[in-house]
Design a binder for this molecule. Structure first.
Ligand code: IMP
Ligand code: MG
Length: 186
């Protein structure tokens, strides 16, 4: 194991089972409907690709990119769209797909923002959730796994843009201050 990785927290097998379970649930909940999966770039790219293949209702995919306005290292939670959707979501059933919910600010603001475009319904789906870190309440409809308050990388999640390609989810070693130091995220 590389020295910057402390421990494997979630194996690729567990991740696959998690995607299977969420895909089956979504397929059941949206039976008879069409959905648009909205990938929040970049972190959710791996998860959305896997999840989509376990969903059996007709679907489209779209992508958006956001960054949080922050003063210094603190995020204000106001999200700015840096890449908007290509599709019009008015009257559509949309599911926003995130990699991880931490403070909850990103998903809360994203939901508010997308709601103003009048989709038929909006649901939130995340691969991972760190409930201990929550600063604002946000109702996440589909949660893959709850994890402890650790900084994780792999399976799309990065530190300073790196490690997204690791197939398992691992805990990053040493520096506990890393997430406060503008690690890049998203
Ligand atoms: P929130 O607005 O605080 O919920 O921010 C969530 C975003 O922060 C995620 O979409 C990630 O991009 C990033 N993030 C939060 N925790 C981690 C982590 O443990 N590893 C990698 N990125 C993280
Ligand atoms: Mg993200």
């Amino acid at each position: 194991m590389a020295k910057y990785i402390k421990d494997v927290l979630i194996t690729r097998d567990e991740i696959d089972k998690m995607c299977q379970r969420l895909g089956a649930q979504i397929s059941k909940d949206y039976e008879g409907k069409e959905v648009i999966l909205i990938c929040v770039l970049k972190g959710a790219y791996a998860f959305m690709a896997d999840l989509a293949r376990y969903i059996t209702v007709p679907l489209r995919v779209d992508f958006m990119s956001v960054s949080s306005y922050g003063s210094g290292t603190r995020t204000s939670g106001v999200v700015r769209i840096t890449k908007d959707l290509d599709s019009d979501i008015t009257g559509k059933h949309i599911i926003v797909v995130e990699d991880i919910v931490d403070s909850g600010l990103t998903l809360k603001h994203l939901k508010e923002l997308l709601t103003t475009r009048n989709p038929a319904s909006i649901a939130l789906c995340t691969a991972f959730d760190k409930p201990e870190r929550r600063r604002v309440e946000v109702d996440v409809d589909y949660v893959g796994m709850e994890i402890p308050d650790e900084f994780i990388v792999g399976y799309g999640l990065d530190f300073d843009g790196k490690y997204r390609n690791l197939p398992d989810v691992s805990i990053l070693g040493d520096d506990r201050d890393q997430r406060e130091n503008g690690q890049g995220g998203n």
